[in-house]
Design a binder for this molecule. Structure first.
Ligand code: F6R
Length: 269
């Protein structure tokens, strides 16, 4: 794993956007894997700015989102489709037909996973996957003890996740307890991964992911088995890392190389 520790959230957003921008400028028909939640919001804002002010074009880009709730319509205010439209797609020149979110409205929700996997395969696989991490180490909706080889499938949310998200739903309103999520095995097949984590509440999960053993109890630790993962952290999220000095040292040396050779060595495909 490549670990980049930056001073604050703004720097994290900018560096993440540099990497995504380099990928899209090199391969305008890039296939992106995307996440919802607060972690990628700064990145998404930056991408919108670069599209509007610096002609970064998304007209050939295709996207696949990690997850979606089951049982609410796509146009519900809390669906992940709505989140993506409002926080990214509506402000880009992307064709919405090229943006894919798992279908949480199928009559048999167990069919949604295989359908989504087929779409990813038909597109030729994901070039660059953006991830956040939960405080318990989850990625997508792969909660602790999820199988490391799991595929896109129906998952029952933990009581904690349901409780955490209850603030977004009106009292008495139906709140999903199920979701469709890419599996850990699906995520491990993407060609390049960019994981973003900020804030002290992520410090323990970030430590377990990078320096702990590979274990189903911390789903993100499975990323140690992926060849090309870049983790971008702010100082608060990095605070429990034992080898912080080493990661900073590597970054300094890498930065020299970057000036000479990048972005070509970063690009996935
Ligand atoms: C969302 C997703 C989740 C989040 C994670 C962190 O699509 O895949 O795994 O990345 O729950 O959420 P935030 O970023 O809100 O802290």
């Amino acid at each position: 794993m490549e670990i980049i520790i930056l001073t604050n959230e703004e720097a994290v957003a900018k560096r993440s956007a540099d990497l995504v921008e380099a990928q899209i400028r090199t391969f305008p028909d890039t296939i992106l894997g995307l996440a919802t939640g607060s972690s990628p919001l700064g990145l998404y804002k930056e991408l919108v700015v670069r599209h509007q002010k610096h002609s970064l074009s998304f007209d050939q880009v295709r996207t696949f989102n990690l997850d979606e709730y089951v049982g609410i319509p796509a146009d519900h205010s809390q669906s992940y489709r709505t989140f993506m439209n409002e926080n990214l797609f509506d402000d880009l020149n992307i064709d919405k037909a090229n943006t894919h979110v798992p279908d949480g409205t199928m009559e048999n929700p167990m069919d949604a996973g295989p359908v989504f996997e087929k779409k990813i395969a038909e597109a030729g696989g994901i070039d660059l996957q953006v991830l956040g991490i939960g405080t318990d180490g989850h990625i997508g909706f792969n909660e602790p003890t999820s199988s490391i080889r799991s595929r896109t499938r129906l998952k029952t949310l933990t009581k904690q996740t349901v409780e955490d998200n209850s603030r977004f739903f009106e009292p008495g309103e139906f709140q999903p307890k199920l979701a469709i999520t890419m599996g850990i095995g699906t995520i491990l097949e993407t060609r390049r991964i960019l994981l973003i984590a900020t804030g002290e509440n992520k410090a323990e999960a970030v430590h377990d992911m990078i320096e702990g053993p590979i274990a189903a109890i911390c789903p993100a630790s499975a990323l140690q088995m992926h060849e090309r993962v870049t983790v971008i952290l702010d100082e608060a999220a990095a605070k429990n890392l034992k080898y912080q000095d080493y990661y900073r040292h590597v970054s300094e040396i890498q930065d020299e190389l970057v000036k000479k050779h990048r972005p070509s060595d970063w690009i996935a495909r």
